[in-house]
Ligand binder design. Structure first.
Ligand SMILES: [Zn+2]
Length: 185
């Protein structure tokens, strides 16, 4: 069965913004009863998370078929969010749309830039097709999405989050772009 996660990632928040925005979102989710304010050991791979609240169903799509059995982990450090063990097969340029297969030398270029982004908060990869320098968080990816950000809301073992809920949460983030990544471990 494994553990399933869904993450809403803020692609534009700096590490300096992350704590403030995280508090705003958690305060709202607690006020709506979606999660509890207290933190417990309810999320895999993280020390503490917010357990589901009495109105958790406000966050999920109407056709949910199980109750969440874990909680919300809030990430406020630069993180490369993945959808599990698999890496994407190609990177898609936001300017020209070209697919760059992530093999061998190309994968090394991208993974080096990802590490630099993680260490410093800024790194670009030149698109082999149009030659533009594209910041790591601006690339999109084929079948196994990645998202790079300093703020992420990671729901563990919840039914599918509703589209309206995801939009409402994104609306609390100062107009930032967001990405939605889900997967299983
Ligand atoms: Zn390009």
């Amino acid at each position: 069965m494994g553990d399933r996660f869904q993450v809403i990632v803020d692609l534009d928040a700096s590490e300096a913004d992350a704590e403030r925005l995280a508090r705003r979102v958690v305060d709202r989710l607690v006020a709506e009863g979606i999660v509890l304010a207290e933190r417990t050991g309810c999320v895999p791979g993280q020390p503490l998370g917010h357990p589901p609240g009495p109105h958790w169903e406000r966050a999920v799509s109407d056709d949910w078929d199980f109750k969440p059995w874990d909680g919300l982990a809030v990430h406020t450090r630069r993180t490369g969010f993945t959808s599990g063990a698999n890496m994407p097969g190609a990177a898609l340029c936001p300017h020209c749309g070209a697919h760059t297969p992530l093999q061998d030398a190309q994968w090394r270029r991208f993974s080096t830039a990802m590490r630099t982004w993680h260490d410093t908060g800024a790194a670009s990869v030149g698109c082999p097709a149009c030659a533009r320098a594209v910041p790591v968080p601006d690339w999109t990816w084929d079948e196994a999405p990645l998202a790079f950000g300093a703020l992420g809301f990671e729901f563990w073992n919840w039914p599918d989050l509703g589209d309206d809920f995801r939009a409402r949460l994104a609306g609390l983030l100062d107009g930032h772009r967001t990405a939605y990544v889900w997967g299983k471990i």
